[in-house]
Design a protein. Structure first.
Length: 135
């Protein structure tokens, strides 16, 4: 009887944060939450709103930011400014979409089209010659 060591087991892989199953909570974005709390504390300061929007753009959290401002849309004191911030979010999202837009497809240059047509005519003439030359 020989004593052979048992094969080493691989440790359990770390959880994949990028893929969440149904029912799992999304990991907290601490900076997003901190910036939002600063916005609530300093509602009248445009710089905090701009910092929050800038981070939401970079972190691709515009829908979350819009939801936060949307909750204040009907507020009598904060509603008007919240609507302006929602407009800014819509504008930022629109600009992001335009930045990702693919350029329109250009036309094929005329010399390339004529060259391809000429090659087809030459090849068809050559095939015609080979087929009917044997008569």
């Amino acid at each position: 009887m020989t004593d052979t060591p048992a094969p080493a087991r691989d440790p359990a892989p770390p959880p994949d944060v990028g893929r969440m199953g149904a029912g799992e909570a999304e990991p907290e974005d601490v900076l997003f939450e901190k910036l939002w709390s600063r916005v609530l504390e300093e509602w009248d300061d445009l710089k905090t709103h701009n910092a929050f929007l800038d981070y939401a753009i970079r972190a691709e959290r515009l829908p979350d930011a819009a939801g936060r401002y949307r909750s204040f849309k009907d507020d009598p004191q904060k509603g008007e400014f919240a609507k302006k911030r929602l407009d800014a979010i819509v504008l930022a999202a629109t600009q992001m979409l335009y930045a990702m837009k693919t350029p329109p497809r250009g036309k094929v240059p005329l010399p390339i089209t004529l060259s391809a047509f000429l090659m087809c005519v030459i090849l068809l003439g050559w095939v015609y010659y080979l087929v009917f030359r044997r008569h």
